[in-house]
Design a protein around this ligand. Structure first.
Ligand code: ZN
Ligand code: ZN
Length: 69
């Protein structure tokens, strides 16, 4: 499945904290590096996170799967 609008450079990238879902302006980044994200960094929507053998896969209903690179 093709996912358009992949977050890269430009406004909107990492606009939200992936741990608490608040706007990046309101949170300096409370996420720990080893923790899976709970919220989409792009839109702040709660992710459905599935832990897999290779790490984790989070899925945003707006942006599709967000896998750890
Ligand atoms: Zn936070
Ligand atoms: Zn999203």
């Amino acid at each position: 499945m093709a996912v358009s609008g992949e977050a890269g450079t430009g406004p909107g990238a990492d606009a939200h904290c992936t741990s608490c879902g608040r706007p990046a302006a309101d949170c300096a980044g409370c996420a720990r590096t080893l923790d899976p994200p709970h919220y989409c960094a792009t839109c702040g929507t709660r992710l459905a996170v599935r832990v897999s053998p290779g790490g984790w896969v989070g899925r945003c209903k707006h942006h599709g799967e967000v896998a750890r690179s």
